[in-house]
Ligand binder design. Structure first.
Ligand code: PGA
Ligand code: ZN
Length: 420
């Protein structure tokens, strides 16, 4: 039974407002959740409510969403007995009444949903990851962290069209060793960039944002940094994962990459050349969210060689993922709790992936708080992969540090990729 529900407007990592939700239960559980927020969002994501009042935070305030938690949602939920956090999620969906959480705001709804799952874990006397495993019926596992060390696209002001260049220590023997590998290469990359006269200012996810245009040049820098630290470049050591976030440079039916206009097929060929030349293991949003025909051809062409992950195209939506699976689009899904708006629906999207043999990666957003919910989510569901930005900046390392704590306290937990 929920006795108190309260939201406040706090700041995210980009100095934009977001919500912190505190939930108290009759048995004394008192938990908090911080709500993440994206910049390169898919058009079919659940709808984040912003005030639009230009006199505050450039119209980005979330007082309306905060008001919904403290008013309508608190009225509907407090004093009522729920059997489970899933019941709370169902009540939230009923109360909102839209398909997209547009009325109450997905930012209001996900904050309450995360807090409800946390409260249920506390009442059950379990760690959050253990409780999520119980609820989802999954086998816990520590994930391979994917460190986004070079930022472009909507996350930086350089001219790099591809958004994320990630280090994936697939060959690391443990989670703490994977974190060490990522941090060492990050430091070496900074030294290499400095030595070449590049600025080493950071993008939104804590990666460097050098004035480099061609993705191949960045990939070479990453390989140089990996080998200079004494790690092996490749699946036996540190592999590379890309999130071009292609919806963002899809214009007038073509893809604008480093000054060239490419068709879907030319961009697919470009990826094939990159996969031939570099130890790439995963490509997320290689094509735009509305280019389903291109995605089918991309999957036929490269699906056997690399993980092809849908983010903007799938938006953690069980119905969209189901449709994509039936059309053989991609072989993997990115999972973001605020894209769909409740933890229950997130777990449902993950179940659909598991049953179809699609791999999955749990993800932060470019706008984050210090909340480490997703670290517990990825361990509990045994997804085997997480991305939380660079191994730097508080809101990014909050997740990696939580994973280290879980690893240290539970030495028998397996580490690494899950079987699809
Ligand atoms: P976003 O980007 O959080 O800004 O949407 C992350 C991603 O595209 O994976
Ligand atoms: Zn993405």
């Amino acid at each position: 039974q929920i006795t108190d529900l309260h939201a406040v407007e706090i700041l995210d990592s980009r100095a934009r407002p977001t919500l912190a939700v505190t939930l108290t239960t009759v048995d004394g559980a008192r938990v908090r959740a911080g709500v993440p927020s994206g910049a390169s969002t898919g058009t079919r994501e659940a709808v984040e409510l912003r005030d639009g009042d230009a006199s505050r935070y450039n119209g980005q305030g979330v007082r309306t969403a905060v008001g919904h938690v403290n008013g309508e949602i608190a009225q509907a939920l407090t004093g009522r007995s729920f059997d489970s956090a899933a019941d709370v999620d169902r009540a939230l969906l009923d109360l909102d009444g839209t398909d997209t959480k547009a009325r109450l705001g997905a930012n209001a709804v996900i904050g309450v949903s995360m807090a409800a799952m946390r409260a249920e874990a506390v009442l059950a006397g379990r760690e959050l990851w253990q409780h999520i495993a119980q609820v989802a019926g999954t086998t816990p596992r520590l994930p391979v962290p994917h460190f986004n060390v070079v930022n472009g696209g909507a996350h930086a002001t350089n001219n790099l069209d591809f958004q994320e260049f990630m280090l994936a220590p697939l060959g690391a023997p443990s989670l703490p060793e994977a974190v060490r590998a990522g941090a060492e290469v990050y430091a070496k990359l900074k030294a290499i960039l400095s030595a070449q006269g590049h600025a080493v200012g950071l993008g939104d996810e804590g990666g460097f944002a050098p004035a480099v245009d061609r993705p191949e040049e960045v990939l070479q820098l990453l390989i140089d940094a990996v080998t200079a630290t004494g790690h092996a470049a490749g699946r036996e050591g540190i592999a590379i994962a890309l999130d071009p976030a292609a919806s963002e440079f899809h214009r007038d039916g073509g893809y604008d990459v480093a000054g060239e206009k490419l068709t879907s097929d030319q961009l697919i060929e470009r990826y094939e050349a990159i996969v031939d030349r570099f130890p790439l293991w995963s490509i997320e949003d290689g094509l735009a969210e509305d280019d389903w025909g291109g995605w089918v051809r991309l999957t036929e062409r490269l699906g056997d060689r690399v993980q092809l992950m849908g983010d903007d195209i799938f938006v953690t939506n069980p119905a969209i993922i189901t449709e994509a699976i039936s059309k053989k689009i991609g072989n993997s899904a990115l999972i973001k709790v605020n894209q769909i708006g409740t933890v229950t629906e997130t777990l449902e999207a993950m179940r659909i992936c598991r049953e179809a043999g699609y791999t999955q990666m749990v993800s932060h957003r470019s706008g984050e708080t210090e909340d480490s919910f997703i670290a517990d989510l990825v361990v509990g569901t045994g997804s085997g992969q997480i991305k939380s930005g660079a191994p730097a900046r508080g809101e990014r390392v909050a997740k990696y540090n939580r994973l280290i704590e879980i690893a240290e306290a539970n030495p028998s937990l397996p580490f690494g990729l899950a079987d699809a």
